[in-house]
Design a binder for this molecule. Structure first.
Ligand code: UD1
Ligand code: UDP
Length: 377
């Protein structure tokens, strides 16, 4: 039984690493990895940290790539490579171009497709852009829907996904974090003794331009207003992000714009942070597990669980709102404590095992490990 995992970007490397570990622990399957190379340095750095060497690499990334050009290159290269590999099952994770193309190519080849992190929806096809469309397309094609939470499974039920294709697993991002969080070295970006650290990430396409300018300006006002607060921002290499970050957040003695951090260093920075401000999907899931308050730089989220439980807040994109909310969390110990005290709604560290258990059943093989029930949320 050949189960091919396809990965393209940094978050897919982080979230598929534990699935690959779990697959490789089984004797009944082989588990090659195909890298589309939608990302280059980001994905290579992540995979290297997890000691994962891809078996195939389509090397797709071009600087400043457009969605259409990337998608076209991905279809051509993936179709050819699937013909060579002939997997029995294809797995991919999330909502990127890599995932959408992998699902359609698998469909064209008649190969069963498993979608890891299935059922995330905002309900607005243009937000996040283009990820919501990618999710909807992938959800139409998938044969196994590995929903991270009960709410994401319900979203798939509303789209009439049959129960026998639907599995609530938890999010594999927590498997990785649970495995590594106590093994990372202390962060070199920790704030000086008695000072506070905000860790920020931001890269979403729908935030390019004015929205990003607005919230960067709001964050700068926070740093100006609180002399004990430091901001560290590992800047995503997308050229649209780099230029705006330098213009609005550059040249400040308490703001550090740094290169993207290797995963272990980023986990260390999250642990050192007092507050995390982000538009990233994965970081929204990781922060609550580390009991760090997280403010989400978006108007809506497909990850409402942490917002409902009070450990995350959607702050939107406006300068004043971002500034005032960050200041409220920093200044009000009760607000801070309430946001820092919650548990993670996104997983219990066993998501990858659940996924492999399902695949073993499908293949008519015995799962080599303890049987685990669904993730209850
Ligand atoms: C992509 C995904 C997004 C995901 C994000 C995770 C799509 C459409 N977008 O967005 O869903 O949240 O990855 O980070 O699938 N670049 C580099 N080095 C890298 C990676 C990117 O230089 O290792 C630069 C290149 O100029 C590249 C550009 O960033 O052309 C955009 O990369 P792309 O994968 O198209 O979009 P992301 O913004 O990274
Ligand atoms: N991450 C990292 N280094 C960084 C920033 C983020 O390793 O400098 C990790 C983070 O821990 C999370 C993942 O990258 O697991 C999130 O990726 P990203 O924000 O690029 O994408 P998204 O989750 O929004 O799709």
């Amino acid at each position: 039984m050949k189960i091919l995992s396809i990965v393209g970007t940094r978050p897919e490397a982080v979230k598929m690493a534990p699935v690959l570990r779990a697959l490789n622990a089984q004797s009944w399957c082989e588990a090659p990895l195909l890298l589309t190379g939608q990302h280059r340095d980001l994905v290579d750095t992540a995979l290297r940290q997890f000691d994962i060497v891809p078996d195939y690499d389509l090397d797709l990334m071009m600087p400043g790539q457009t969605l259409g050009a990337l998608t076209g290159r991905a279809f051509l290269a993936l179709e050819k490579t699937l013909n060579e590999i002939k997997p029995d099952i294809v797995l991919s994770q999330g909502d990127t171009t890599t995932v959408m193309v992998s699902s359609i190519c698998s469909f064209y080849h008649g190969i069963p497709f498993g979608h890891v992190e299935a059922g995330l929806r905002t309900g607005d096809i243009r937000n996040p852009f283009p990820e919501e469309l990618n999710r909807v397309i992938t959800g139409r094609v998938a044969d196994f829907h590995f929903a991270p939470t009960p709410a994401s499974a319900d979203a798939l039920r509303r789209e009439l996904v049959p129960e026998d294709k639907l599995f609530v697993t938890g999010n594999t991002v927590i498997d990785n974090l649970a495995y590594y969080m106590d093994r990372v070295a202390p962060s070199q970006f920790a704030a000086p003794e008695g000072k506070r650290l905000i860790l920020m990430t931001s890269h979403r396409r729908e935030n390019f331009g004015e929205p990003m300018r607005q919230y960067f300006a709001g964050l700068r006002e926070v740093i100006d207003a609180r002399p004990d607060v430091f901001l560290v921002y590992p800047v995503h290499p997308n050229p649209n992000v780099v230029s705006t970050a330098q213009e609005l957040l550059g040249d400040h003695d308490r703001i550090q714009l740094i290169d993207p951090l290797p995963y272990f260093d980023f986990v260390a920075a999250m642990k050192a942070a007092d507050l995390i401000v982000t538009d990233s999907g994965g970081v929204q899931e990781e922060a609550p597990f580390l009991r760090k308050p997280v403010l989400v730089l978006r108007e809506e989220t497909e990850r409402p669980e942490a917002v409902s439980s009070g450990v995350a807040r959607l702050v939107g994109l406006k300068r004043e709102k971002v500034r005032d909310t960050v200041l409220e969390v920093l200044d009000n110990p009760d607000v801070y404590a309430a946001m820092a005290s919650g548990a993670s709604p996104y997983g219990d560290g066993l998501a990858s095992n659940r996924i492999v258990q399902v695949l073993a059943n499908y293949a008519g093989k015995t799962y080599e490990g303890e049987q685990i029930g669904p993730f209850e949320g």
